[in-house]
Design a protein around this ligand. Structure first.
Ligand SMILES: [Zn+2]
Length: 470
C-alpha cells in the first residue's frame, strides 16, 4: 500500500502546481493532475488548501558537540527529533577534528555518536582545525570514498579551531582539485580577541559586550579575505556560513556579480532577532542569545535584517540553515557569569527554520518558491544530495512536509518546542502556518501534532559533489 497525497499545492523553486503525489515505499513514484491519482489500495491524505513541500534540509548543525567547557544540549536523538517536528528530514552536522588529532578519528567519533540514534537522514561536514599535509590528503579521501564533500574552516577562534590565511589557501587549492565545498566561518578572530581583552579590562563583562566586541566590519573583512583567497585558488566554490552583517553581504553580492562561485548562508536568528531585547536584557539573561557572529544592533548605520531578507529574496544569499548549537541556560550559559567571553556560543533553532522563514513569506519578504528553494532545494544541490533530496519529483525520496497556511504555531517552552533546552530564543513567536505532516522516506514521522518516529530510522547519506555549478 502506498500513500496518495491528494489535492494539495506542490511548491518547488520554479512554481506552485496543484498535484496529487503518490508515494510507494521510500520514494515518490508519480505526480498526477488533481483528482486523477489512484486511490484504490492506497492511504489517501487530503491536502486540500495545503502546501506540499520537500522535507527541509539543514546543512549547518552541531549535535553532541563539546564546546565552551560543556557539551551542546541536543544529541543526535533529541536534535533529530526536534528536526522532524520542524519538517527537517535531512541534517548535515559538523564532525569535529580535535586540534592536533587525525581527521579520520574525528569522523569516526561522529559516526559513533550518530549511529542508530537519528530520527531523520543525516550526513557530515568535516571540520578541519589542523590543516597539515595529512589533513589535506584526508580531504581527498573523504570526498572520494566517504561521501563527505564539504569542509569547514574557521577564521575566528585563534588558539582553538582557527586556520590562518596560508592554511585556508592550501585547503582551497585542494578543494579545487577534489571538488569539495569549502565552508567558512568568516570573522577576523585575531582582531576580535584584542577587542574582547580590552572590553574585559574595562570591566565590560555583560553579555551584550559579546556583540560589541565582534563588530560587523570584522565579519565583512574576513568574508572579503575568504573570497579573495578562493579566487586565487582558482575560483573554488566557497560557502560563507551564518552571515549576519550587511557588510559581509555586500562582499558576497559583489563577488557573485563578478562571476565568482561564492554562496551565502544566513540563519533565522539574524533575520528575526536584534541585540535590542535579547543580549541587552537585564542581569545575565542576555546570555541566552550569545552566538557568533552575534545578533546585530538595530542602531548600526546599516539595517542588517532588512538587507539579509533582501539578499535572500535576490539570491545573494543561497541558503538558510540554523547553526543549531543549543545550550541550556542553567549550568551551561551560566558558565559565563561575570565574563561574557566564557558564555558557551550558540543558539538552538533546528525545529523552527521552516516556520520562521515562512513567516517572511507572510510578511512579503520572499515568495513561497524562494522559501522552498533556500530551505530545501538549494541546500540539496550545493551539498550533493539532489535529486534524491530537496524536490518533489518521481524517483526522489519521499521526504515530504504538508504545510497548513490556515493554522498557527506558537513557539516556546510548553508550546511548540522539542529541542533539549530550558528556553527558546523565539519564545512567544507566532507563525501564521503550521506543519501538518512530516514524512521521511515514506514513513510518517509527525502527524496531527503527534510524533511517530524512532531512533535509527535516519540513515547516513553519502553525498556527491556540489552540483549547483555544473
Ligand atoms: Zn556552526
Amino acid at each position: 500500500m502506498g500513500t496518495l497525497i491528494a489535492n494539495g499545492t506542490v511548491i518547488s523553486p520554479t512554481g506552485r502546481i496543484a498535484q496529487d503525489v503518490l508515494v510507494d515505499g521510500e520514494r515518490i513514484v508519480a505526480l498526477y493532475i488533481p483528482g486523477t491519482g489512484p486511490r484504490d489500495g492506497h492511504r489517501v491524505i487530503d491536502a486540500t488548501g495545503k502546501y506540499v513541500i520537500p522535507g527541509g534540509i539543514d546543512v549547518h548543525t552541531h549535535l553532541d558537540l563539546p564546546l565552551g567547557g560543556t557539551v551542546v544540549s541536543d544529541n543526535f536523538e533529541t536534535g533529530t527529533i526536534a528536526a522532524a517536528w520542524g519538517g527537517v528530514t535531512t541534517v548535515v552536522d559538523m564532525a569535529d577534528q580535535h586540534t592536533g588529532e587525525s581527521v579520520y578519528d574525528g569522523l569516526a567519533e561522529w559516526h559513533e555518536k550518530a549511529a542508530g540514534k537519528c530520527a531523520v537522514d543525516y550526513s557530515f561536514t568535516q571540520m578541519i582545525s589542523t590543516l597539515d599535509d595529512e589533513s589535506l590528503k584526508a580531504m581527498d579521501y573523504l570526498t572520494e570514498h566517504e561521501g563527505i564533500t564539504s569542509f569547514k574552516f574557521f577564521m575566528a577562534y585563534p588558539g582553538a579551531c582557527y586556520s590562518d590565511d596560508g592554511q585556508i589557501l592550501r585547503a582551497m587549492q585542494q578543494a579545487s582539485r577534489n571538488g569539495g565545498l569549502i565552508m567558512m566561518h568568516a570573522e577576523n578572530g585575531i582582531a576580535i580577541d584584542v577587542l574582547v581583552a580590552q572590553a574585559l579590562a574595562r570591566g565590560e563583562t555583560d553579555p551584550k559586550y559579546h556583540s560589541f566586541t565582534r563588530p560587523p566590519e570584522l565579519e565583512g573583512e574576513a568574508t572579503h579575505r575568504a573570497i579573495v583567497l578562493s579566487k586565487v585558488a582558482g575560483n573554488v566554490p566557497l560557502y560563507i556560513v551564518h552571515m549576519s552583517a550587511a557588510e559581509a553581504l555586500d562582499e558576497v553580492a559583489e563577488a557573485r556579480h563578478n562571476g565568482q562561485n561564492v554562496f551565502g548562508e544566513t540563519c533565522p536568528q539574524y533575520l528575526h532577532l536584534t541585540l535590542e531585547g535579547t543580549l541587552d536584557r537585564p542581569g545575565f539573561e542576555g546570555a541566552k542569545f550569545v552566538c557568533s557572529p552575534p545578533l546585530r544592533s538595530k542602531h548600526d548605520h546599516r539595517n542588517h535584517r532588512a538587507d539579509l531578507w533582501k539578499g535572500l529574496r535576490m539570491n545573494e544569499l543561497a541558503v538558510v540553515a540554523t547553526d543549531h548549537c543549543p545550550f541550556c541556560f542553567k549550568d551551561q550559559k551560566e558558565l559565563g557569569r561575570g565574563n561574557f567571553a566564557k558564555i558557551p556560543n550558540g543558539l538552538g533553532g533546528i525545529e523552527h527554520r521552516l516556520e520562521l522563514i515562512y513567516q517572511g513569506v507572510v510578511a512579503g519578504e520572499l515568495s513561497l518558491e524562494r522559501w522552498v528553494e533556500t530551505c530545501c532545494t538549494t541546500p540539496a544541490r550545493l551539498f550533493g544530495l539532489f535529486p534524491k533530496k530537496g524536490i518533489i519529483a518521481p524517483g526522489s525520496d519521499a521526504d515530504i512536509v504538508i504545510w497548513d497556511p490556515n493554522r498557527k504555531t506558537e513557539i516556546g517552552v510548553g508550546k511548540k518546542h522539542h529541542s533539549n533546552m530550558d528556553y527558546s530564543v523565539y519564545e512567544g513567536t507566532i507563525i501564521d502556518g503550521r506543519i501538518d505532516t512530516v514524512m521521511s522516506r515514506g514513513t510518517v514521522l509527525v502527524e496531527n501534532d503527534q510524533y511517530f518516529g524512532r531512533p535509527g530510522h535516519g540513515k547516513f547519506l553519502k553525498r556527491g559533489l556540489c552540483n549547483y555549478l555544473a
